[in-house]
Design a protein around this ligand. Structure first.
Ligand code: HPA
Length: 246
C-alpha cells in the first residue's frame, strides 16, 4: 500500500483519532518545515501528518515554507498527499459548511517560492499542470462521500490568493468572472510543488465563509471558527472513508 500524507490546514492542526507512533524533526535543503512530522495510524492506516500552519497555528499562509513541507513528506516516503484547505465560497451553492473537491486552480499568489527547479545550472523543467490535482486520488475522495454519508462537490476551480487579508468584494467579482468557485490562500504553490516531486496530490476544501461581498456584510472570524469546528468533524469522517478506498 502506498504511503499517504495528510497536510492539515486551518482547524486541523491535530488529527483527532490519529494514533501517534513517532515524531520526526525533519530537515530539508529549503529550510524548516511547518513543524514536527507526525507518523501514525489513522482509521487503521499508516499515515504521515503535517499541520501546514504549525502545531500552534502560528504560520500565516504567505509565510508557510511549502517547499520544505513537500520535500520532507517525499523524503519520509509519501506517495500520495491529501491536503485539507479552508476556503471561502464564491459560487452561491458552495455555502459555509460545504465540502468541495476542486479539480482546477488559478494562482493569484506572488513572491512565494514556487519551484524546486531554481538553480541556474539545472536543466529548465516545465512540469505539466493541465490537471493540477491527481485524478485517482480525487476520485477516491469523491467516492468516499457516499459511505461517509456526506455530500461533496465534485469539481471546482480554486482561486489561490496571497493573503493574509481577505479579498475585497470587487476582487471576488473578478475571481468569479475568471471562473473561480472557491477562494483560499494555501492551495498554491503547494499543489505544483507536489507535482514537481511526482506526488499524487488532491485537496479537501471546507467552505468556512461566503467570500467577500457574497454573505450578509462583514466576514466575522467568530462565524468562521464555528464553521471550522463543525466542518472539520466531517472532513475527518471523509478522510477515514477515503483511506479505506486508497
Ligand atoms: N478568502 C481567502 N481565503 C480564505 C477565505 C476567503 O474568504 N476563507 C477561508 N480562507
Amino acid at each position: 500500500m502506498s504511503r499517504i500524507a495528510i497536510i492539515g490546514g486551518t482547524g486541523l492542526t491535530s488529527l483527532h483519532g490519529l494514533e501517534i507512533t513517532g515524531r520526526e524533526v525533519a530537515q530539508s535543503p529549503y529550510g524548516e518545515p511547518s513543524g514536527v512530522l507526525i507518523h501514525g495510524r489513522f482509521a487503521g492506516h499508516e499515515v504521515l501528518f503535517l499541520p501546514r500552519h504549525g502545531s500552534g497555528h502560528t504560520i500565516p499562509p504567505h509565510a508557510v515554507n511549502y517547499r520544505a513541507n513537500i520535500w520532507v513528506l517525499k523524503e519520509a516516503g509519501a506517495e500520495k498527499v491529501i491536503a485539507v484547505n479552508a476556503v471561502g465560497g464564491i459560487r452561491a451553492d458552495m455555502e459555509a459548511g460545504s465540502l468541495v473537491i476542486p479539480d482546477q486552480i488559478i494562482d493569484y499568489t506572488w513572491s512565494r517560492k514556487n519551484t524546486f527547479f531554481e538553480h541556474d545550472h539545472d536543466p529548465v523543467v516545465h512540469v505539466d499542470f493541465t490537471e493540477p490535482y491527481c485524478h485517482e486520488l480525487r476520485e477516491k475522495l469523491v467516492a468516499a462521500a457516499e459511505p461517509a454519508g456526506l455530500k461533496v462537490f465534485d469539481g471546482a476551480t480554486y482561486a489561490a490568493t496571497q493573503g493574509p487579508r481577505l479579498e475585497t468584494a470587487a476582487e471576488i467579482n473578478r475571481l468569479e468572472r475568471d471562473g473561480c468557485d472557491i477562494v483560499g490562500m494555501t492551495g498554491m504553490p503547494e499543489a505544483v510543488l507536489a507535482r514537481e516531486l511526482e506526488l499524487c496530490y488532491a485537496s479537501i476544501c471546507l467552505v468556512v465563509n461566503m467570500a467577500a461581498g457574497r454573505g450578509d456584510g462583514e466576514i466575522r472570524m467568530a462565524d468562521i471558527e464555528q464553521h471550522i469546528a463543525g466542518g472539520m468533524k466531517r472532513v475527518r469522517r471523509l478522510l477515514e472513508h477515503a483511506l479505506s478506498l486508497i
